[in-house]
Design a protein around this ligand. Structure first.
Ligand code: SAM
Length: 223
């Protein structure tokens, strides 16, 4: 008879947190694929990012709860392109690719679909699989953030927005400065659904800078 795999202490703690987490229960009741839905819902309630008719690109989209939130807010009008290493189960209004955003094939897939059209909102909730080596994980994460920022700068409409998950610590300030160089406004968001003990926060860049915009100053920090 197959033996049940033994749970480690940290595995048991994770399971306990998962089954008692109010956002996990709420997600099940509201029909969202994961608790991450409430992070985007909370940010959107404050910043009004999602509207019908938009073109949205969702990077690191699986299992798809941000797509669900965006699709509901867009009310069937608009377009959503989603990419993840893992499959995103089909949902109306969402075209998805199971692929690696760091590979040229993913960019080609997006470029083919966007043609010359621009994007209103780029979302990146990407996080690499953690190796447990803090500095290496942090570096890999910021590589993904840099690529997502490059994509956003290249494809957003001038008044488009970019929401990206980052982890505070090494690399954070450098990346925040890159965001400030690219966007007129950069705000930090820590939704309630983001666990307190997690270094995770979201950076929201609004309105791409152009040559007429004033240079970055310290007043641009932490809007
Ligand atoms: N926002 C999602 C939702 O609401 O369902 C949750 C995203 S989850 C926190 C992070 C995702 O990033 C994982 O599904 C992971 O597979 C994806 N990811 C990590 N590296 C990636 C890469 N190089 N290309 C595409 N997706 C990636």
């Amino acid at each position: 008879m197959a033996q049940k795999p033994k749970r480690t202490k940290s595995g048991r703690a994770w399971m306990h947190e998962h089954v008692t987490d109010p956002y996990v229960k709420k997600a099940q009741m509201d029909g969202y694929r994961s608790r991450a839905a409430y992070k985007l819902l909370e940010i959107d309630a404050r910043d009004r990012l999602l509207k019908p008719g938009m073109t949205v690109v969702d990077l690191g989209a699986a299992p798809g709860s941000w797509c669900q939130v965006a699709a509901r807010k867009m009310k069937g009008q608009g377009r959503m392109l989603a990419i993840d290493l893992l499959p995103v189960a089909a949902m109306p209004g969402v075209e998805s690719l199971e692929g690696d955003f760091t590979e040229p094939a993913a960019l080609n897939w997006l470029t083919e679909r966007l043609q010359s059209g621009r994007v209103d909102l780029v979302l990146s909730d990407m996080a690499p699989n953690m190796s447990g080596v803090g500095l290496r994980d942090q570096a890999r994460h910021y590589e993904l953030c840099d690529l997502a920022l490059d994509f956003a700068v290249q494809w957003l409409k001038p008044d488009g927005d970019f929401l990206v998950k980052v982890f505070q610590g090494v690399g954070f300030e450098v990346f925040r400065r890159s965001m400030q160089a690219a966007f007129v406004q950069v705000a930090i968001r820590k939704p309630d659904a983001s666990r307190d003990r997690s270094a995770e926060v979201y950076l929201l860049g609004r309105r791409l800078r152009n040559a007429d915009d004033p240079a970055v100053t310290s007043a641009d920090e932490g809007v």
